[in-house]
Design a protein around this ligand. Structure first.
Ligand code: PLP
Ligand code: COI
Length: 354
């Protein structure tokens, strides 16, 4: 049961929605009419407020800007054929939000306040949830440190915010990916498992270099020897080898993805064997060569199931079977979408009604 949060709502005088083609937008560039903000000070969260989307002003000394005390979440709202709107597994994002908060030495937010904030904001902007197949409302909760202080110390004040934006598929084609053996995303003892902004900032240069070489994404490998697969861009890496679903076991270098854990659960329901363990680069490349690897994909909220067409490792190209004919990835995509878009009964309780 969710406690009722007292959220002050100030509606935008006019909506930007008329004139915007919400079903034809690139990811992350268009925001809805409203946003949510809350403040942390003196050990408590207060001032939950939904207000017109707009710029915010802060001291240029806030510690989020200097020392990276900031992190985010990503989840989505779906419109069902009967008009109902649901948010997919926000409880999982609420729990991960607090894991990130703890690692970044920031205050946690009670899970029910995280969930209720999101549901309330989506309700205010419900007309923005697209109805076209594969189109959704992306939800971006985040927190940042607001003390205007240049000492390297945890802030005592923070802001929690939620933004919304209609979006279509993040990737429009099957991916050509490079196994990264020089740069590292996260090392043991670091904060790769947190959705901290710094993890993404540090990935931009390797991703840019890879894009210049014609790649769509990177497969991150372990920091020590670059022998084991960790993640695929901003998604979890999954493979089907010998008919088994194989995915790196989450650890402190890997984000514990909600899409990943949902796919694992559905695959087990379908009677498939699932192995969560360390997955070596060598094992995957050998399996592709011998034809026993039938699927490779990234799993994530923005990425959904992003299938891989080609993997390049040290200048050698490994070609996967035609992704369009993949039995597993296509079955999983359908199974997940059927639940998210309300086409089947939500037996697992993954959908939260707006
Ligand atoms: N790994 C990273 C680094 C990510 O940024 C994401 C995206 O959120 C994921 C994995 C997938 O997580 P989820 O399925 O919860 O979106
Ligand atoms: C998500 O899938 O929600 C993400 O956070 C990926 C994002 C960095 C674009």
């Amino acid at each position: 049961m969710i406690a009722t949060l007292d959220i002050k709502v100030t509606k935008a005088a006019t909506s930007k929605l008329p004139g915007i083609d919400v079903e034809n937008l690139p990811f992350g560039k268009t925001f809805t009419d409203h946003m949510l903000t809350a403040d942390y000070a003196d050990g408590e969260w207060r001032n939950f407020e939904i207000l017109p989307f707009g710029d915010i002003a802060f001291s240029p000394a806030i510690s989020a800007l200097h020392y990276g005390q900031t992190f985010f979440e990503g989840l989505k709202a779906y419109r069902h054929a009967d008009g109902k709107i649901t948010v997919f597994r926000p409880d999982q994002n609420a729990a991960r939000f607090n894991k990130s908060a703890e690692r970044m030495c920031m205050p946690t937010l009670p899970e029910e306040l995280f969930i209720e904030s999101i549901l309330a904001l989506v309700k205010v902007d419900k007309d923005w949830v697209p109805s076209k197949e594969n189109y959704t409302l992306y939800i971006r909760p985040f927190m940042f440190a607001t003390d205007p202080f240049l000492g390297v110390a945890p802030s005592t004040t923070y802001k929690f915010m939620v933004l919304l934006g209609p979006t279509g598929p993040y990737f429009s084609k099957n991916l050509k990916v490079k196994i990264e053996t020089g740069y590292t995303r996260a090392a043991e003892g670091g904060y790769g498992y947190a959705k901290a902004a710094g993890n993404y900032g540090g990935s931009l240069l390797p991703a840019k270099r890879a894009a210049e070489q014609g790649f769509d994404q990177l497969i991150w490998t372990d920091a020590q020897n670059h022998e084991y697969i960790e993640e695929m861009g901003a998604a979890n890496a999954m493979f089907v080898i010998d008919g088994k679903l194989i995915t790196p076991l989450t650890r402190d270098t890997i984000l514990d993805g909600v899409t990943r854990k949902s796919i694992i659960e559905l695959a087990k329901d379908f009677g498939m064997q699932v192995e969560e363990r360390r997955v070596s680069v060598e094992e995957v490349l050998k399996a592709i060569d011998s034809g026993t690897c039938t699927d490779a994909f990234g799993a994530g909220t923005a990425a959904t199931i992003a299938q891989v067409a080609e993997i390049v490792h040290e200048d050698k190209t490994y070609t996967l079977p035609n992704p369009a004919e993949s039995v597993f990835a296509n079955k999983m995509r359908k199974a997940l979408d059927d639940i998210k878009f309300g086409r089947v009964e939500d037996l697992k309780g993954w959908n939260y009604m707006v």
